[in-house]
Design a protein around this ligand. Structure first.
Ligand code: HEC
Length: 123
């Protein structure tokens, strides 16, 4: 009889790790070409996103809208990623927090879904 892998991890911890792993892949595909793999950005073209101060300036829900719909701002133009769904965005943000955020917590699917309803900028 198989006993299975002994694991002390809770469901929440497993979900968190899954989001981080998948978020990393999505980040590399959709974000790293501009913001770079280490989040350093690229000179004056693309801002760094690896400082913890980012989360003081920007709420997570605002970041959800930015990822989905893009923005033309003082630092340049970031195109939207309209194909990314709530789950993708939840995973990306969980990865960003894990890498650079002050709090290494999950950004839940429900939060991402809720935030998407509040976005003002629609293409
Ligand atoms: C084509 C290049 C490009 C891609 C791809 C891109 N960004 Fe951006 N990003 C920018 C630019 C340019 C800005 C500055 C926009 C502005 O001035 O408001 C920006 C701004 C940001 C900011 C805010 C930075 C700050 O200091 O306010 C965050 C966070 C961010 N991007 C995350 C992401 C994430 C996550 C992805 C992937 C889903 C992504 N970006 C994809 C170019 C890009």
């Amino acid at each position: 009889m198989a006993i299975g892998l002994a694991s002390c991890e809770s469901k929440e911890e497993i979900l968190y790790k899954q989001y981080v792993v998948e978020g990393r892949v999505l980040y590399q595909t959709h974000c790293a070409n501009c913001h770079q793999e280490n989040g350093s950005g690229l000179k004056d073209l693309y801002p760094a996103i690896s400082q913890a101060s980012l989360w003081k300036r920007m709420k997570s829900d605002e970041l959800t809208c930015l990822i989905k719909w893009g923005r033309k701002g003082t630092k340049g133009y970031m195109p939207g990623n309209t194909k990314l769904q709530a789950l993708d965005i939840a995973e990306i943000q969980t990865f960003l927090r894990e890498q650079w955020g002050p709090q290494k917590t999950i950004y839940s699917l429900d939060s991402a879904r809720f935030a998407l309803k509040t976005c003002e900028t629609k293409l």
